[in-house]
Design a protein around this ligand. Structure first.
Ligand code: CIR
Length: 255
């Protein structure tokens, strides 16, 4: 059994990406390509078999593949992104994932984005955010209940997705920003807060033998190190300007 990581190339139209909480800044596309290549290399070094889905040059946010599907051991759920501009991306993800899992699909009027989904064992937390609505979460719950998962809706505010606010960094430890999500929601887990000077620092990608982590959050990186959790730092400045993070650039699952 190995780990698959599905990715997608940075789109040449990345500068026209969706932005919700950030001001638009010029994006260096060449640098974005380089940073994405280093990310894919880091996934491979962590033990993943990295496979690229086809580029979607006209879909600015297509590199952020996490949002268009949720892949579990038993099935994959193709989402219906809350950002209407991103819905065509889901069709291509469904084509790729059909080779690996039976598929279910979120239907209108539901919206759901994978950035809002944090699986902790058989509990699946879903952010009630600007991108994932109550109807989408209810559909997701109805699907996952059939497979023995418990789906728990979680209010998030101030950030794009639940996983902007919290990710899992060790078996029993979450890294989070308590201004954006309430730590007490996650019963049974310890909580490490991001440094207050780094509100966007909660998104760490723990995969295989590595924790991939943005180079731009040294204070929170020191907090992780103090917990015995070294990270593989990656400069992802150009993806961050597009309001992207590390978990959002891959779909990771057992194969
Ligand atoms: C968007 O607003 O949809 C993209 N510009 C960024 C998506 C980032 N996705 C994620 O963190 N899961």
């Amino acid at each position: 059994m190995g780990i698959a990581a599905l990715t997608r190339p940075v789109s040449v139209s990345l500068s026209a990406c969706e932005l919700t909480h950030l001001e638009r800044q010029p994006i260096d596309l060449g640098l974005a390509f380089q940073q994405h290549a280093a990310y894919c290399q880091a996934l491979a070094e962590a033990g993943c078999q990295v496979r690229s889905m086809p580029a979607l040059p006209d879909q600015p946010d297509a590199v952020f593949v996490e949002d268009v599907a949720v892949v579990l051991d038993e099935l994959a759920v193709i989402t219906r992104p809350g950002a209407a501009s991103r819905r065509p991306e889901a069709i291509s993800a469904a084509e790729a994932l059909a080779a690996y899992r039976p598929l279910e699909t979120i239907q209108t009027p539901g919206t759901l984005e994978g950035g809002d989904v944090l699986r902790l064992g058989r509990n699946v937390y879903v952010g009630l955010s600007g991108r994932s609505n109550a109807a989408g979460i209810a559909q997701f719950q109805a699907i996952l209940e059939l497979y023995g998962y418990q789906v728990i809706g979680v209010p998030v505010s101030g950030c794009l997705h639940l996983k902007s606010a919290v990710t899992q960094v060790a078996e029993q430890l979450l890294l989070g920003n308590p201004a954006w999500v309430a730590p007490e929601v996650f019963q049974g887990y310890k909580w490490l807060s991001v440094d207050p000077s780094e509100p966007y620092a909660a998104n760490c990608l723990w995969v295989g033998s590595e924790r991939l982590y943005p180079a731009s959050f040294p204070e929170t990186r020191a907090r992780l190190a103090a917990h015995g959790l070294p990270v593989h730092s990656l400069d992802v400045s150009e993806l961050q300007k597009a309001e992207g993070a590390l978990t959002c650039c891959s779909l990771i699952f057992a194969q």
